[in-house]
Design a protein around this ligand. Structure first.
Ligand code: AHM
Ligand code: MG
Length: 345
């Protein structure tokens, strides 16, 4: 059911758009409907999102079965960031590479797990318009305890003038043509923006389809809640500590899973603020600009919120390296403004 379902709007067959319907709408149908609005569209973009949807269903199934299929735990390797890889990190990464590798619109994919972007189809890269970046299994260290994990993705236009793959990937967040995440929790939730608001779909596993549940997600105001790993607060810059001290005295509650997808999803639906400040251990912040911060920033902004890295709008941060780290403050616009007022003091 869509948000507008309570309005009892009469829709003729000629006026079927996600914002005006009150019937079943799959992610696939939604994409086809959007594509039909752009007569110049080649279908390649829709094809990429369908690869992401297929990957999401496959990864969701593997996460559900992880204990039974004995794929919990570490591989024994570290990824390019020096983090211990979980077996499911590798499975999720391979799944996305396999699904996207067959889609003709993709020139380059870059994964948080891999050292360098993978160039697909080098021989005709110039004809392939898109670059897809992803964090295949965000929060994977939470898997062993059955907590929620996720996939985050960002889609950019392939920059044919760039001298190499990395050059094409290193674009500002403002250049993203789509971004989204999939939450693997009690339900599998696909949140998507193509720059025209935020849509949310939930997987019905009995029919294998993501179904539209909200065609225009808006981040609420007035929720007194923050999401941050407060155990590190002694090493946060003073502005964050002052904001937290203010929040403690003003009736706020804390919620923190330690999976960015789960924490940002809660903020998207309930409001409040998610933060990962610089710490002594991670002086630039821990989260990755290209795979985590930029796509989440696009979603939050498209839902009416704000996303900052220190005092700079996240999507305007200059990308210098594909695995670049950044600090993050995102959420309800008024709450992000409040945090920023402490950072500027
Ligand atoms: P990952 O992508 O390697 O799983 O790491 C990113 C995760 C985020 O999901 C989460 O916000 C953060 O790391 C939690 O870090 P910490 O345990 O330091 O609070
Ligand atoms: Mg991550």
């Amino acid at each position: 059911m869509t948000k507008s379902s309570t309005k009892k709007k009469d829709t003729s067959p000629a006026d079927v758009s996600p914002a005006s319907v009150d019937h079943l709408m799959s992610l696939q149908s939604h994409l086809l409907l959007e594509e039909a609005k752009h007569p110049e569209a080649t279908g390649q973009f829709t094809w990429i999102l369908s690869a992401l949807s297929l990957s999401a269903k496959y990864i969701a199934a593997r996460c559900r079965m992880a204990r039974l299929e004995a794929v919990l735990g570490e591989v024994g390797n570290e990824n390019v960031q020096g983090e211990k890889q979980q077996k499911l990190d590798v499975i999720a990464n391979d799944t996305l590479l396999r699904a996207l590798g067959t889609r003709h619109g993709v020139a380059i994919v870059a994964s948080e797990e891999d050292d360098k972007p993978a160039i697909l189809h080098t021989e005709t890269a110039g004809e392939r318009p898109y670059v897809v970046l992803f964090d295949p299994l965000d929060g994977s260290s939470n898997l062993d305890t059955g907590s929620a994990v996720g996939t985050i993705f960002s889609v950019l236009q392939h920059d044919r003038r760039a001298k190499d793959a990395e050059g094409s990937v290193l674009q500002h967040g403002t250049q993203q043509v789509a971004a989204g995440y999939i939450l693997y929790g009690p339900a599998t939730v696909f949140v998507l923006t193509t720059g025209n608001g935020v849509q949310m779909f939930v997987l019905d596993p009995s029919i294998g389809s993501f179904l539209l549940v909200d065609s225009d997600v808006r981040i609420p105001d007035g929720h007194k809640s923050y999401s941050v790993n407060e155990a590190y607060s002694a090493s946060f810059p003073e502005g964050y500590r002052n904001y937290l001290a203010w929040a403690h005295n003003n009736g706020y509650s804390a919620r923190y899973v330690g999976t960015m997808v789960a924490d940002v999803h809660r903020v998207l639906l309930k409001g409040g603020v998610f933060m990962y400040p610089p710490t002594d251990k991670a002086p630039s912040g821990k989260l990755r600009l290209m795979y985590e911060a930029n796509p989440m920033a696009m979603i939050i902004e498209q839902a009416g919120g704000k996303a900052y890295s220190g005092t700079i709008r996240t999507m305007e941060v200059e990308p210098e390296a594909i695995h670049q780290r950044t600090s993050v403050v995102l959420g309800t616009a008024s709450e992000v403004d409040r945090v920023l007022s402490y950072l500027k003091d």
